[in-house]
Ligand binder design. Structure first.
Ligand code: ACO
Length: 325
């Protein structure tokens, strides 16, 4: 028998305020047509003044805990994937711990892998469960990218949004085969030589300022389709599965064209791909748990379904995960 991290509950939260493409087009030199054609995005949610990443994360976590029928103190580890923490330190995970009212002294820390953050956080929590260090985990992807966008730069500001998603994992047992429920595999990669393609031009030890997101869109696009296809094939080969076995493909929601290109390369047809980019835009580390949450809520993803996750982000970082729900 092997230990498995089984999904016990999921929840998400989107800020109330919706900003449409038309609203952006009234402020900068862009159009609804350009944004939809190049990215598939129709709208994004943006935080209110004073609403922070930890607030979004806490709300998503409360919903995931409720779905799992658990209390905050039942959780052994909180991993928050974010590139937009409330403060330089402490970790947003510890702020969430406090906002949830955790008093059990369990650990909480952040993982920073930009848009791949949720997959990296899931892998981290899964490994803590697999070695037996904890029995339960709260894995959160939460972002307020609206705070690091250059709202004068039309090539980037139209692409992102704010939001959070959370998953509760609990230890279970399996026979080690791909028929088990839980996280079946995770594969993570990074290549720091590709820094200049996507980064934020500030930080505590460089400028002392928060900085703004900078991106070479076309180059990122090329790497995204190649790397995300490669890392999903790696996951399928490692688990002895085939693309046809996948019930739901839930990719990072970066761009509709990237999602379609990757799905096409994998031979996964459109009906099995969960796409939320139109409503959420790119919410970086929050995009996968948000998409999962939508597909669980509308009952597409059911217990026992095989779910394939993949993402790529600044660093560059990229990764995949296969989860039997
Ligand atoms: N509105 C109108 N025109 C625009 C806008 C805008 N918002 N932004 C750029 N343009 C213009 C450019 O100035 C350029 O004009 P020019 O030809 O006169 O010079 C023209 O549109 C084409 O620009 P490109 O950058 O070549 O457009 P492209 O087709 O590559 O689309 C995009 C740009 C959407 C950024 C695309 O490259 C892309 O999606 N890249 C991936 C980026 C991504 O998803 N990043 C997310 C983070 S990483 C991740 O999550 C995987």
């Amino acid at each position: 028998m092997v230990r498995r991290s089984i999904v016990a509950g999921i929840g998400s939260y989107l800020p109330e305020r919706i900003v449409t493409n038309a609203e952006l087009a009234a402020r900068i030199d862009t159009s609804d047509e350009w944004i939809q054609e190049r990215s598939g995005i129709q709208q994004r949610h943006i935080v209110a003044d004073g609403e922070m990443t930890s607030d979004l994360a806490t709300c998503a976590a409360q919903r995931a805990l409720a779905a799992a029928g658990m209390e905050p103190d039942d959780i052994g580890i909180i991993v928050v994937a974010t590139s937009t923490p409330d403060e330089t330190f402490p970790a947003t995970a510890t702020v969430v711990q406090s906002k949830l009212g955790c008093a059990n002294g369990s650990m909480g820390f952040d993982v920073q892998a930009v848009c791949s953050g949720f997959v990296f956080a899931l892998a981290t929590a899964d490994n803590f469960i697999k070695v037996g260090q904890v029995d339960t985990a709260l894995v959160i992807g939460a972002e307020t990218f609206s705070k690091i966008l250059d709202w004068e730069d039309r090539s980037t500001c139209v692409l992102f949004g704010d939001g959070a998603g959370a998953v509760v994992l609990k230890a279970g047992e399996g026979d080690g085969s791909s028929a088990d429920r839980g996280v079946l595999s995770t594969h993570l990669h990074s290549d720091g030589r590709l820094h200049d393609l996507l980064y934020v031009d500030g930080g505590p030890s460089s400028t002392g300022q928060v900085g703004h997101l900078r991106m070479e869109g076309r180059e990122v696009f090329k790497h995204a389709v190649t790397k995300m296809s490669e890392v999903t094939i790696e996951a399928l080969e490692a688990t002895g599965l085939h693309a046809d076995d996948i019930d739901w493909f839930v990719p990072h929601q970066a761009n509709r064209r990237i999602i379609d290109g990757t799905a096409r390369k994998l031979g996964i047809t459109g009906e099995r791909v969960v796409v939320t980019i139109g409503q959420h835009a790119n919410t970086s580390a929050a995009s996968i748990p948000l998409a999962l949450s939508v597909a669980v809520e509308d009952k597409r993803i059911q217990e026992g379904n095989l779910v394939l996750l993949e993402a790529m982000g600044g660093g560059l970082t990229w990764g995949s995960g296969i989860v039997r729900w």
